[in-house]
Write a protein that binds this ligand. Structure first.
Ligand code: G
Ligand code: G
Ligand code: MN
Ligand code: NA
Length: 253
């Protein structure tokens, strides 16, 4: 398989790159952090998105190595921004295969130490469906990460059908509302009602809420009126190269 050997090569040759998408603190109207999103600069195909190669990496047993690279590279970049006087907090996405790895917490801790970061500068995102299907593993990993100060975020929330008790038992700090709910929030009363209920529930459980996929001012206004804590989406910024981040400003976007 061509892509399989290409992907191995990509890991060796530094063809992967992290892009960063700002998250905006709703009330304070400023950047609260960034989500790291991996891209593959393929020598012939150009920029390839994670929806294409993450599943391949999972199938070919490369995801743990790729995931290590992502964690380490995100920490390296946050430290570099710190050296420029900007204290940043970055979220990385974890695959289920990384959670099954016994040494995950140690390797996150090692990456933080190597780059001189606080645990609170890193957030780990896992999807709601993984969080509940792999309850025992995720609870153990989450507790380990929480001990070193790394916050956990439940990604794509609303698509995984977790029960209230499952949600209550997860030691997460943040919940990200899936963009399918955000998309319909202006026109559809029921979509708005769902988002309102999710925000209330999250706050009752002491979780902060991030809305993903915010594309319009109208969506932003509704989300802020419902008390959503943070917003992320093309309305503010597309994922960008690390080199563009310090020059990006909310008011110019
Ligand atoms: O950046 P984009 O919207 O194309 O991302 C598509 C999907 O790929 C999203 O579900 C996102 O969570 C996932 N993704 C992006 N970067 C990573 C990564 O570093 N690791 C894993 N496991 N998934 C990622
Ligand atoms: O599943 P996860 O939340 O990690 O996925 C993030 C993905 O969503 C990335 O691929 C990113 O490029 C994409 N994305 C970010 N903002 C928007 C947006 O406003 N609209 C849409 N359609 N996709 C977005
Ligand atoms: Mn995510
Ligand atoms: Na998501």
């Amino acid at each position: 398989l061509q892509l399989q050997s290409d992907l191995r090569q990509a890991l060796e040759d530094n063809q992967l790159e992290l892009y960063y998408q700002p998250k905006i603190h709703g009330r304070r109207h400023r950047m609260s952090g960034l989500e790291a999103l991996v891209r593959w600069n393929h020598p012939r195909l150009g920029v390839v998105g994670p929806d294409t190669f993450i599943p391949l990496a999972e199938r070919f047993g490369l995801i743990v190595r790729l995931g290590h690279w992502v964690i380490n590279e995100a920490c390296r970049q946050v430290a570099a921004w710190g050296n420029e006087g900007r204290h940043m907090r970055v979220a990385v996405n974890l695959s289920v295969h990384q959670l099954r790895e016994v040494s995950l917490v140690d390797s996150v801790e090692e990456a933080l130490r190597r780059h001189g970061l606080l645990g609170s500068q890193l957030i780990c995102e896992i999807t709601e469906s993984v969080a509940i299907q792999e309850r025992e593993i995720t609870t153990r990993i989450f507790e380990g990460l929480a001990r070193i100060g790394v916050h956990l975020s439940i990604d794509d929330f609303g698509t995984g059908y977790s029960s209230l008790s499952q949600l209550r038992d997860l030691p997460a700090r943040q919940l990200k509302i899936d963009r399918s709910f955000v998309r319909d929030i202006e026109g559809q009363e029921d979509a708005r009602a769902v988002v309102e209920a999710v925000i209330k529930l999250a706050h009752a459980l002491q979780l902060t809420v991030v809305a993903e996929g915010v594309e319009t001012q109208g969506q932003r206004d509704v989300l802020l009126s419902l008390g959503c804590d943070e917003l992320q989406g093309y309305f503010y910024a597309r994922p960008m190269r690390a080199s563009a981040v310090l020059g990006w400003s909310l008011d110019a976007s």
